[in-house]
Write a protein that binds this ligand. Structure first.
Ligand code: 13P
Length: 287
């Protein structure tokens, strides 16, 4: 059931659990995540970066595929189709294409410009029943060419952006996209606590979910995080499972080269990873 992410994240914040945003790359990815969410009766957010949107022939193709798949698979759990790290132009494209949620990443603009653009997009999104996420303090690492330094957000700026009426807020707390380097200092709970105090009941978003230790995830949820983004980890398990299949020579046995067979181990690996994360985040049975 395609919905905005507003209610599912309000409920998560109140219930002290988090909803996973899993990024999608193609049909297999989308199907694996939707089926797992339905099986576990968990709400879910499908994240689409601008790069992945382009790869899948544009946001209209993505929105049409997700809407049709949601219907044909008989998905009953709440599903939000969300633009990840959207540019100003990208947000308008997704609104037009039929996404149910957008993220405007204005973190690289001076704060005044971030405020002006976020205000405009909040009004447009809410007028059409979509939810909107904003970002303060760049998330570190690189995702689809978007590079951030991993700075900690200023709690006063978070309050300013939260007061514009966004539905959930991504705030940098030392998190990084991709695999964490060995010398990573961990999440800054001091920053998270200060932000949480400032923004009241606002659901907070933790980007860079790949590789964050379980105890840090649990602590972050206890301090107001209600949405956790995971992308790289699904890519890694997919690649590893596919490599195993090929290295064992299974693609050369019978009709093992059939894409439905070749991609099956990767799909199963994504399902297992999504299940593991939903259990950790506490969203199982919360649909
Ligand atoms: P990872 O790729 O580190 O899991 O981060 C995902 C993310 O934050 C998407 O916005």
């Amino acid at each position: 059931m395609l919905v905005s992410a507003t209610q599912m994240l309000k409920k998560a914040r109140e219930g002290k659990y988090a909803v996973g945003q899993f990024n999608i790359n193609n049909l297999e990815w989308t199907k694996a995540i939707l089926q797992t969410a339905e099986e576990l009766k968990s709400p879910v957010i499908l994240g689409v970066s601008e790069g992945a949107g382009k790869y899948m022939c544009g946001f209209e193709t993505v929105a049409a595929m997700v809407a049709a798949m949601d219907k044909s698979l008989g998905i009953t759990v709440p599903v939000a189709l969300h633009l990840d790290h959207g540019s100003y132009e990208g947000c308008y494209k997704c609104i037009k294409a039929g996404f149910t949620s957008i993220m405007f990443d204005g973190s690289h603009f001076p704060i005044d410009e971030n405020v002006a653009k976020t205000t405009e997009l909040v009004n447009v999104a809410h007028g059409l029943g979509l939810s909107i996420e904003a970002e303060v303090g760049a998330i570190g690492g690189e995702e689809d060419g978007v590079i951030g330094k991993g700075e900690c957000a200023d709690p006063a700026e978070c309050k300013m952006i939260a007061d514009l009426g966004v539905d959930f807020l991504a705030a940098g707390i030392g998190n990084i996209h991709g695999v964490y380097p060995d010398n990573w200092e961990g999440l800054s709970f001091e920053t998270l606590e200060a932000i949480n105090k400032k923004v009241g009941e606002m659901p907070l978003v933790l980007h860079g979910g790949t590789g964050i230790p379980d105890d840090m995830i649990t602590k972050a949820i206890s301090l107001g995080v209600a949405k956790i983004n995971v992308n790289t980890e699904c890519q890694l398990v997919f690649a590893e499972a596919t490599r195993g299949y090929v290295e064992e020579g299974k693609d050369k046995q019978g009709k093992g080269f059939d894409p439905r067979k070749l991609l099956a181990p990767g799909v199963d690996a994504i399902k297992a990873k999504v299940k593991e994360k939903m259990e950790l985040f506490g969203s199982v049975g919360k649909a």
